[in-house]
Write a protein that binds this ligand. Structure first.
Ligand code: ADP
Length: 467
């Protein structure tokens, strides 16, 4: 239980607070005590000095008048007052001749210091009398110490006051301590709550529930972490969906040619006396299906390679040459449909891109422009520089793409009306690859299409090096 963050935080706070409060309390109490006692000492020293001056002035007026001065003063300052000679013998005691110490010799260090000319004030604790302040002040006459005036005052009430203040301080500190402890516990609980929520969400996600969200929208670090977690969850879910549909689509695409091959092989095997013409026809179809399978696997491998290798292998090459090479490679298809292909590109069009991938991209777009064109149609391919970009346009006069299908044609295995394109052999992977290549080059692709009029694909790629 104490290993949880909440407790760790609370105990740390508590230790810090207790240490700070104990130290500051200790110093506060000490300075208050010193302040009070020093004040008392100064007060009595001042009084003793006044009396010392008075005594000095009345030294020659005889013991009786001195005695009455001292007695009066004793009442005034509420202390026992002694007049002591240089030998330490008490000459006058405000307590009177009988009850007092008159005639006795005192050996207090305060008296000894005062005889040497130094005033002294010291606190003593006496068994039955409690706290007592002794103040001894020299009496100067004719520039020499003629005697000592000594005060002995009970300071029990001062000590009581100090004690009272100490208890008040301790109570206040305890109260503050308890309040701060409660607040720190509440703060720790408050901080810990979203962390607990986040931990539970992470555990749920680790068990496979990708729809888990934390939904903490605070702006602090924990809120930011929670929002990043939710975003990650969203991406994972999207990725998972894509992966599942990719696997389902890929398996489906792989299965259909295999089923056709199996049906044809089985009917050939069931033929007791195989007819050469029919056998040849079947074998031709099987061969076509095998070609289709091979193309599908090649496309899948290319996609996987693209997913794995996100690094571009940029080199400098002539884009116009690349376009011409692509068109040349696909010429049989153009010829079959008697298409007119126009290339509008500068002779030397140097770009710094991934040659292999750009070739693949142009080949896929041109292949589509040929595949989905009408007989005797036209294909226009152009490239130019525009605002630090390379703009490549491929237009055809083909069947066009319905507007509602345009947003999805770049997804894997998406084909518009499978029946119309089935014979042309598309798997719906070409444009997915094109999009990945464009994004790897940090560019974008736009489509404009009108049914039965034609389609234009516009690829805009940042012109690295030349721009
Ligand atoms: P496919 O391998 O089927 O050609 P693509 O990913 O290249 O797959 O294209 C996805 C779908 O978009 C195609 O099936 C086709 O219906 C449509 N399409 C792509 N290019 C064109 C085009 N130039 N004209 C008309 N339709 C097109």
């Amino acid at each position: 239980m104490f290993s949880s963050l909440k407790w760790k935080l609370s105990i740390t706070y508590l230790l810090i607070i207790v240490t700070i409060m104990t130290l500051s309390g200790f110093f506060l109490i000490k300075s208050i005590r010193n302040y009070y006692l020093n004040n008392t000492k100064i007060n009595y020293l001042t009084q003793a000095n006044i009396l010392s001056n008075l005594t000095a002035q009345n030294l020659n007026s005889g013991n009786t008048s001195l005695r009455s001065i001292i007695k009066n003063y004793s009442k005034q300052v509420n202390a026992r007052v002694l007049f002591i000679n240089r030998d330490g013998r008490v000459l006058i005691d405000s307590f009177g001749k009988e009850k007092g110490l008159e005639g006795e010799i005192l050996t207090f260090e305060e008296v000894e210091s005062a005889v040497k000319g130094e005033s002294r004030a010291k606190i003593h604790y006496i068994e039955n009398g409690g706290w007592v302040l002794y103040v001894a002040v020299p009496v100067f006459a004719f520039q020499r110490v003629a005697g000592v005036v000594m005060f002995s005052a009970s300071i029990n009430s001062v000590m009581e006051n100090i004690k009272e203040i100490q208890w008040q301080l301790i109570t206040i500190f305890l109260f503050i301590g308890i309040i701060i402890t409660l607040i720190s516990f509440m703060v720790a609980t408050y901080i810990n709550k979203p962390i607990g929520k986040l931990t539970r969400a992470v555990n749920r996600m680790a068990k496979g529930d990708l729809s888990t969200r934390v939904k903490i929208y605070t702006k602090d670090e924990i809120g930011q972490l929670a929002q990043a977690f939710d975003k990650m969850g969203h991406e994972l879910e999207r990725y998972d969906k894509r992966l599942k549909s990719f696997v389902a689509n890929a398996s489906h695409e792989l299965r259909s040619p295999l089923s056709s091959i199996k049906v044809m092989v089985e009917s050939l095997l069931n033929e007791k006396e195989p007819d050469y013409k029919i056998t040849r026809e079947f074998l031709t179809d099987i061969n076509k299906e095998i070609d289709r399978l091979t193309r599908l696997i090649k496309n899948l491998m290319e996609l996987t390679r693209m997913d794995k290798m996100k690094e571009l292998n940029r080199t400098e090459f002539n884009l116009t040459d690349l376009i011409e090479e692509v068109v040349e490679k696909l010429e049989p298809l153009a010829k079959q449909k008697q298409l007119t292909v126009n290339i509008r590109a500068p002779q030397n069009f140097e770009v710094y891109m991934d040659y292999e991938r750009i070739f693949h991209m142009v080949a896929n777009l041109v292949d589509n422009a040929f595949k989905y064109n009408i007989d005797n149609g036209v294909v226009e391919i152009s490239c130019k520089r525009e605002d630090n970009n390379v703009v490549l346009t491929i237009s055809d006069t083909g069947i066009g793409i319905p507007e509602e299908n345009i947003p999805s044609i770049f997804e894997r295995f998406v084909r518009v009306e499978k029946s119309r394109t089935r014979e042309s052999g598309g798997f719906g992977l070409g444009l997915a690859l094109v999009k990945e290549i464009v994004e790897l080059h940090e560019g974008k692709i736009e489509v404009e299409s009108t049914i039965n009029e034609g389609t234009t694909f516009k690829v805009i790629l940042p012109d690295v090096k030349h721009g």
